[in-house]
Design a binder for this molecule. Structure first.
Ligand code: SF4
Ligand code: SF4
Length: 131
């Protein structure tokens, strides 16, 4: 029987989770660990000839090989580990998804967004005053 074999390039994966949300067979799990995320592919749920995750992965981190299997392993899982990177602003651990080329942790992202918002409000007030 032909089956999919999902191969993940861990150096390319940014943990965007597009593959997790798009998989029609629920064949992927993302498990949060202390210093990264473990991506589990439940191979028995990964249906041949699907390759939606490969087509939609924005960083081309997924490759699907089609293999001929003579035995069936119902609980077989392939596991990949994506290590957290360091936040470019505070140095704490963050998911390696760059925003405008920088890796930023959720805390710094919130602060940066609030700072930008306050700056734009202040600029608007100044413009109104000068009229
Ligand atoms: S879609 Fe690609 S980059 Fe995003 S989490 Fe899946 S493998 Fe990683
Ligand atoms: S190949 Fe299809 S079934 Fe398998 S993990 Fe990707 S989206 Fe899910």
């Amino acid at each position: 029987m032909f089956k999919n074999k999902l191969c993940l390039d861990t150096a390319r994966c940014t943990l965007c989770r597009t593959c997790l949300f798009i998989c029609p067979s629920n064949a992927l799990d993302f498990i949060q660990k202390e210093n990264g995320v473990e991506i589990v592919n439940k191979t028995n749920l990964c249906k041949y000839p699907c390759q939606i995750c490969k087509d939609k992965c924005p960083t081309k981190a997924i490759n699907i090989e089609r293999k001929l299997f003579f035995t069936y392993f119902p609980n077989k899982q392939d596991k990949y580990f994506i290590k957290y990177a360091l936040c470019g602003a505070c140095g704490s651990l963050a998911e390696p998804s760059p925003i405008a080329g920088r890796i930023i942790c959720p805390n710094c992202r919130r602060k940066l967004t609030a700072f930008r918002h306050l700056n734009s409000v202040a600029a608007l007030k100044n413009r109104r005053k000068s009229k």
